[in-house]
Design a protein around this ligand. Sequence first.
Ligand SMILES: [Zn+2]
Length: 273
Amino acid sequence: MPRVLLTALLLVLGTATPGAAQFPIFDAHVHYSRPDWDVYTPERALSILAGAGVRRAIVSSTPDDGTMKLYEKAPKTVVPFLRPYRTRDDMEKWHSDPGVQAYVEERLKRGIYRGIGEFHLSAADAGGPTVKRLAELAGERDLFMQAHVDDVAIEKLLTLYPKTRFLWAHAGMSLAASTVGRLLERYPKLYVELALRTDVASGGTLDPDWRTVFVKYPDRFMVGTDTWVTSRWEVMRDYHHDVQAWLGQLPRDVAEAIAWKNGERLFPAPSGP
Ligand SMILES: [Zn+2]
């Protein structure tokens, strides 16, 4: 075969290589909680992230020690968020628990956290005294609040605490793209991550409604895995392979923003060695 043809063939094959990562990834939803520690050392967890193309990640955990284990090994990779949960038992009542408030305030003194969350909350509890105090603290210190809540609750949070930036976990989990778009229009302090939202591209094809909101609000979205159970670590590589596939169906600047640039802009890596 003439060399020029061979080169052309290799070029074609090269661009079509399945699994080739196109975009570096900022993953906005990783947990490294106690059950994960027993299975994966911090080094192993970090190598899974790297193997999935994740350059940096928002990490939170129950208890918080898991986040610290990863952060100590890789302070430029891990963007630490502090959950308002000392144990899983805090999930239900944290919104009005003065013990949780004291715990979070004490821990924030370390000055390393970039956000509070991920937390769960119903709209009825959005005005709880601990939520109020933590949201005010977040507003003052420019920390994000990562909220796993429905559309009624996120709207209530954004209305009650207008100085605070919210990172909406899972885009509300099951809400339509158009609803998410409407909220982005109304609330400039709302950001959205897409962990577990396989409806963005079910069957591998980017959904046209999601495409519309991504193109309209390219600076407001991030991708995420959500390692809410240990088995999610095993599928992280495949999950991000699918994410890369739908990112590749967007205009390049939009895809780059959602994959990496938004996370890097909102949570710049600490300087120094
Ligand atoms: Zn989660």
